[in-house]
Design a protein around this ligand. Structure first.
Ligand code: GLC
Length: 553
C-alpha cells in the first residue's frame, strides 16, 4: 500500500522540496595529497553525504580551468580539471551518487569563459574584425589613441570591466569586456554559436546523468549592444547588463531542452535580484525550475525582516507556481555562524564585514535555530559544505595566502571569499584534519584554524548535541514529515512579534523565538525537535534564539 510519503514523492518532482548540499570541490576532500580537493575525495565520502540525509549534491565547477576564479573561469566544459580528476572520475561519481539515491547538479557559467578557452585564444590571435571576436565583446577604446576603455562599466570584482588587448603585430589593440576578472571574458549571447555551444554542453552533462544545472550569474549574459555608460547616480533603464528582458529567451530554450529528458532535468538559477517581481520572471513555467533565495540569505537574524522576506518569497513564487528555496550560506558569502554572531547579522554583498566583533557562541546558537526555521518552510533548502560541522568564517588568513580575485582587485578593501572556502576538517587533532592524507606533499590550499580540531566530522560523529548530529536528526525528521512536502503554510497568531510561529500540514508547527525573552509554548503540542539541546519543554517556555518543531493533535 502506498504511504502518504510515496504519494507526495510521486506528485512532486524532486527539486521542489529537495535538500541540496553544495560541494566546493577544491575544499571538500583531497585524496592525492596535493592540498586541493578532488573527485576521488568526494567519492570516498559519498556515504557520509548520503548519511547526512541530503537529497542532491551541487558541484561548483569541476571543469578544466586555470582557476583564476576558482573554476568559474571555464576553459573546457567537457574535461575535468586535472587537479580534480578525470571525466571517468566524474562519471563514476555520478553513478555512485545515484546508487546512493543522491541527485547531481553541475554548475554552468553562461556569462563568461576563461581567457584560456580556445575561442578566446582564437579571437585574440585573429585580430580586430575577425568573426572569432564576435563571440565576445571586443571594442575599440575611446580617446585619440583608443587608450580609454569603451565605456565606464566596473567589474563586479573591482576595477574597470575592460582590458586592452595587444594586436598580433604587437601594437595596442581593442578592449574586451569582463564583468568579473580579466581572465573571464564575457560571451556575446547574440551570437548563435554561443547559444548552440551551451546547449551542447547541457546535453553533454545531462547525457552523463546530471539531474540538473545551477546557472551561474544568470541575470547577466544579455547586454545592451550599444554598451552605454553606466551612471550609477542615474542608472539607465533597462540596466545595460543586469536582468535584461532578452536574457529570458536563453532559459526558455534551456527549459525545452531539459524537458526533453526523462525525467526532466532541473534548471536552478543564481539570480541576485532585489525586486521579487523581476525575480519571479525567471521562474515562469517555461523558464527555470527554482532559484536561490538570496533575499533570505541577506536577511539579518531579525524577526520582522525574516517575516517580511518569508511573505515576499511565498507570494512571489506563488505568482508563477514555483517552489521557493531557502539558503543560509554558500561559497560567496560570509558563513552564517559568523554573520549571526554580529551586531549587524545581514550579508552585505558589496561590503564584506571583516574582523567585526563576533560572538561565535551566539552565532552558533542562532545558526541551529535558523536551520530549523528554514527547513520548516515550504520548498527546497541548500546546505553549503561545512555548515553541518558548524564552521565559521576564517578571518585570519594571511594576505599572501589569499587567493580570491576580489581581495586582489580591490587592494584588500574587500577581504573576499577565501574565509568561507577553507578546506573541511574531517578527523584528527591537527591540520590538515584528514582533508589530505597523512602522506600529503602539500598543505591545504588555504590554512585551517587549529580550533577546528573540535569541529571535525569524526569529533562530532554520534555526539549528542553536536552540530553534525543536529543536522542529521533534523534532515531525517524533515524527510519523514509528509506535512513538509507540500506548499501548505499558515502563520499562527502570537502575542510577541519577535516569535515566528507557523503551521504546515498534518499538525506540524514551527516556533522560532527571536526575542531576548522566553516565549510561551503552546500547551497542546508535543516536541519533535529543538535547536537547543538542553531545551526542556516542561518549563513551558522557549528560550531566546531557539526554534522548535512541534506536533499538534
Ligand atoms: C557567481 C559565483 C562566483 C563567481 C562568479 C563569477 O557569482 O557564485 O563564485 O565568482 O559567479 O563566475
Amino acid at each position: 500500500m502506498a504511504t502518504a510519503n510515496d504519494t507526495a514523492a510521486q506528485q512532486s518532482p524532486w527539486w521542489r522540496d529537495a535538500v541540496i548540499y553544495q560541494v566546493y570541490p577544491r575544499s571538500f576532500a583531497d585524496s592525492d595529497g596535493d592540498g586541493v580537493g578532488d573527485l576521488t575525495g568526494v567519492r570516498e565520502r559519498l556515504p557520509y553525504l548520503a548519511g547526512l540525509g541530503v537529497d542532491a549534491l551541487w558541484f561548483s565547477p569541476w571543469y578544466a580551468s586555470p582557476q583564476a576564479d576558482a573554476g568559474y573561469d571555464v576553459a573546457d566544459y567537457r574535461r575535468i580539471d586535472p587537479a580534480f580528476g578525470t571525466l571517468a572520475d566524474a562519471e563514476a561519481l555520478i553513478a555512485e551518487a545515484h546508487a546512493l539515491g543522491l541527485k547531481i547538479v553541475v554548475d554552468i557559467v553562461p556569462n563568461h569563459v576563461s581567457d584560456r578557452h580556445p575561442w578566446f585564444r582564437e579571437a585574440l590571435a585573429c585580430g580586430p574584425g575577425a568573426e572569432a571576436r564576435d563571440l565576445f565583446w571586443f571594442r575599440p577604446g575611446r580617446g585619440p589613441a583608443g587608450e580609454l576603455p569603451p565605456n565606464d562599466w566596473q567589474s563586479v570584482f573591482g576595477g574597470p570591466a575592460w582590458t586592452r588587448t595587444t594586436n598580433p603585430d604587437g601594437t595596442p589593440g581593442e578592449w574586451y569586456l569582463h564583468l568579473f576578472a580579466p581572465e573571464q571574458p564575457d560571451l556575446n549571447w547574440n551570437n548563435t554559436k554561443v547559444r548552440e555551444e551551451h546547449e551542447s554542453v547541457l546535453r553533454f552533462w545531462f547525457d552523463r546523468g546530471a539531474d540538473g544545472v545551477r546557472i551561474d550569474s544568470a541575470t547577466m549574459p544579455a547586454k545592451d549592444p550599444a554598451l552605454p555608460d553606466f551612471d550609477s547616480a542615474a542608472p539607465p533603464l533597462p540596466h545595460p547588463y543586469i536582468d535584461r528582458d532578452d536574457v529570458h529567451g536563453i532559459y526558455r530554450s534551456w527549459r525545452a531542452l531539459a524537458e526533453a529528458y526523462s525525467p526532466p532535468r532541473a534548471l536552478i538559477g543564481e539570480v541576485w535580484l532585489a525586486d521579487p517581481v523581476r525575480f519571479a520572471h525567471y521562474l515562469r513555467p517555461d523558464e527555470m525550475h527554482t532559484a536561490f533565495n538570496f533575499d533570505y540569505l541577506n536577511s539579518p537574524w531579525d524577526p520582522a525582516a525574516l517575516r517580511t522576506v518569508i511573505d515576499a518569497t511565498l507570494s512571489s513564487h506563488a505568482s508563477v507556481g514555483a517552489s521557493p528555496t531557502w539558503v543560509l550560506s554558500n561559497h560567496d558569502v560570509t558563513r552564517h555562524v559568523t554573520r549571526y554572531g554580529r551586531a549587524d547579522s545581514s550579508f552585505g554583498h558589496a561590503l564584506r564585514q571583516h574582523r567585526t566583533p563576533t560572538d561565535l557562541a551566539l552565532g552558533t546558537r542562532r545558526a541551529r535555530a535558523a536551520l530549523l526555521l528554514a527547513l520548516a518552510l515550504p520548498g527546497g533548502h541548500y546546505i553549503y559544505q561545512g555548515e553541518e560541522l558548524g564552521l565559521w568564517e576564517v578571518e585570519d588568513i594571511p594576505d599572501d595566502l589569499r587567493q580570491d580575485p576580489i581581495f586582489h582587485r580591490t587592494g584588500g578593501t574587500d577581504v573576499g571569499r577565501d574565509g568561507c572556502r577553507v578546506p573541511l576538517p574531517w578527523s584528527g587533532d591537527l591540520p590538515p584534519f584528514g582533508f589530505s592524507p597523512d602522506t600529503a606533499q602539500a598543505a591545504p590550499w588555504l590554512p585551517q584554524p587549529a580550533q577546528w580540531a573540535s569541529c571535525t566530522a569524526e569529533a562530532q560523529d554520534g555526539r549528542p548535541g553536536s552540530m553534525l548530529t543536529f543536522y542529521r536528526t533534523a534532515l531525517a525528521l524533515r524527510r519523514g514529515e509528509p506535512g513538509l512536502r507540500t506548499l501548505d503554510f499558515r502563520w499562527l497568531p502570537v502575542d510577541d512579534p519577535a516569535v515566528l510561529a507557523f503551521t504546515r500540514a498534518d499538525g506540524f508547527v514551527c516556533l522560532a523565538n527571536l526575542s531576548p525573552a522566553p516565549a510561551p509554548l503552546p500547551r497542546d503540542a508535543h516536541l519533535l525537535l529543538a535547536s537547543d539541546v538542553d531545551f526542556d519543554p516542561a518549563t513551558g517556555h522557549l528560550p531566546p534564539d531557539t526554534t522548535v518543531w512541534l506536533r499538534r493533535p
